[in-house]
Design a protein around this ligand. Structure first.
Ligand code: UDP
Length: 238
């Protein structure tokens, strides 16, 4: 078996993906399948932390256009990520993979507060750690959260799960001549303005020299394949 290149990673899952073919909410078969992929990745001997988005439930910008202030809307978005993490935690535990949600907000009845110490402890105990609540601050995204937490907990890469198998020169769903990049530097990713991640996330990854691997989650087993080096994706690295 190919040996994984990384010892510890942060996987970023968009909230929208959890809705499956539904317009919003959580699709149980989809979350169960993702839980299986994450457990399989853990079984390769890689420590796995996961940042989940909240777009399947709430997006701050969308709410704020309806008379709620942006910081309040963003707080609602961050709370949506907590719900997604709890659903994923339950799906992992159901299949026998122990998991622990850690939140950026103090909510002791719900889950433990994120601290680096707690994350290190649970990862060392073979649990998958679910990082809930975004950065805890409005005006940021869960992509930025993934890079921030990866840097904080000493992960070697961020695995950014998307609907396409990498970064393209333009939208491959609209432009048949779109070219897929095998590798990009952080600066190229920033200057190219590729929509796959926001600029704050790319800038922080450049600052902290963190590689980001952009890949498609559509194929079951794709997280494990990326870890074994047999998967298809774009690597954004210094
Ligand atoms: N959010 C925030 N700060 C953060 C992370 C997220 O305010 O550090 C809010 C923001 O309103 C965002 C929502 O939470 O729209 C859901 O996160 P995101 O859009 O990144 O989720 P995804 O697109 O991955 O589903």
């Amino acid at each position: 078996m190919d040996r994984p290149a990384y010892r510890r990673v942060v996987v970023k899952l968009s909230g929208e993906y959890l809705a499956g073919s539904q317009p919003f909410g959580i699709d149980q078969p989809t979350i169960d399948r993702i839980a299986g992929d994450l457990a399989e990745a853990r079984a390769l001997g890689v420590e796995v932390a996961v940042v989940v988005g909240g777009g399947n439930i709430f997006r701050g910008v969308e709410v704020s256009s309806r008379g709620v202030s942006r910081p309040t809307g963003d707080t609602m978005g961050m709370l949506a990520t907590v719900m997604n993490c709890l659903a994923l935690e339950a799906a992992l535990e159901r299949r026998g993979q122990s998991a622990r949600a850690l939140s950026s907000f103090v909510m002791p009845e719900v889950c433990e507060l994120f601290t680096r110490r707690a994350a290190h402890k649970y990862l060392a105990e073979d649990r998958i750690v679910l990082l809930a609540g975004g950065t805890g601050n409005p005006y940021f995204t869960t992509d930025t959260t993934a890079v921030l937490r990866a840097a904080e907990i000493g992960a070697q890469a961020v695995l950014k799960a998307t609907n396409v198998d990498g970064v393209y020169s333009s939208d491959p769903k609209k432009d048949p001549s779109a070219k897929r990049f095998e590798r990009l530097s952080h600066t190229q990713a920033l200057e190219g303005g590729y929509k796959v991640m926001d600029a704050t996330a790319f800038a922080l990854a450049r600052e902290t020299a963190l590689p980001i691997i952009v890949f498609s989650i559509a194929e079951p087993g794709s997280i494990g394949a990326i870890l074994k080096g047999t998967g298809r994706g774009t690597i954004v690295a210094s």
